[in-house]
Design a protein around this ligand. Structure first.
Ligand code: CTP
Length: 220
């Protein structure tokens, strides 16, 4: 398959020295890219700013802001068979970026934020045959939030995890996730390292692709 994977955080600039970001390390998305390459898939990785070594054998496009990430994912979307949105895209960006460093001194100041475009939701409108995989890192109502996002963003598979659990979520090398399929199947996985989680996600994706081929070519 041609896999398009987005990983890592985005950075939303406030002025030339400051930005808004989040705790995503990119490890889950990079593990997916490496596992997909090893399984023989062609991989394009759209990466926010991370401090991880590049994944060899994978085409990497580095981006900074949520807008850059949208443009890069959008540009590669038509050519992909599946999009995996493992990135933690900023939901908000400063309404204006100041051209010069903001100086201290004011007793208080307000930072006005405007929403960014939701990449997965936008591209789901032209999904066609493509498989979509979303992530949901939640601190409460994990399954309910995951199901809601899966349906709202037309995901074939949504990977939900509880970031308050030890060993799951941001920065760490392990994760404990539940796979929420569009047909209602739900598969909780044990705590595993991110490479093993990546292999399980890929196996699930390959299963969905195979099921689809079997129903398109029933005698094959
Ligand atoms: N996502 C996206 N573009 C955005 C925000 C999120 O494509 N601007 C994708 C993420 O990569 C992830 C999924 O949507 O695969 C869910 O992201 P999440 O941040 O958990 O959900 P939101 O829809 O942003 O909702 P909220 O922040 O309110 O929980």
């Amino acid at each position: 398959m041609n896999l398009l994977i987005a990983a890592g955080p985005t950075r939303e600039p406030i002025d030339p020295v400051r930005y808004l970001t989040n705790r995503s390390s990119g490890k889950m998305g990079y593990a997916l890219a490496a596992a997909a390459r090893d399984a023989g898939h062609r991989v394009t990785l759209i990466s926010g700013p991370v401090s991880l070594p590049p994944v060899e054998g994978v085409t990497i496009r580095s981006v900074v802001t949520a807008r850059d990430m949208y443009e890069a994912v959008e540009a590669h979307f038509d050519a992909c068979d599946a999009l995996i949105m493992a990135a933690a895209v900023a939901d908000w960006t400063p309404a204006e970026t100041q051209p010069h460093k903001i100086k201290k001194g004011a007793p208080e100041w307000m930072l006005r934020l405007v929403p960014t475009r939701d990449i997965l939701a936008s591209l789901s409108a032209r999904k066609a045959h493509r498989l979509l995989v979303g992530f949901a890192a939640e601190s409460q109502d994990v399954l309910a939030q995951g199901r809601r996002k899966r349906d709202a963003k037309r995901c074939d598979l949504l990977v939900a995890n509880d970031i308050t659990e030890e060993g799951a979520g941001f920065e760490v090398d392990t994760n404990r996730v539940v796979l929420l399929f569009a047909d209602g199947r739900e598969e909780p996985l044990p705590l595993m390292n991110k490479r093993d989680v990546a292999e399980r996600i890929l196996a699930a994706l390959e299963g969905l692709a195979a099921g689809r081929n079997a129903s398109t070519h029933p005698s094959a």
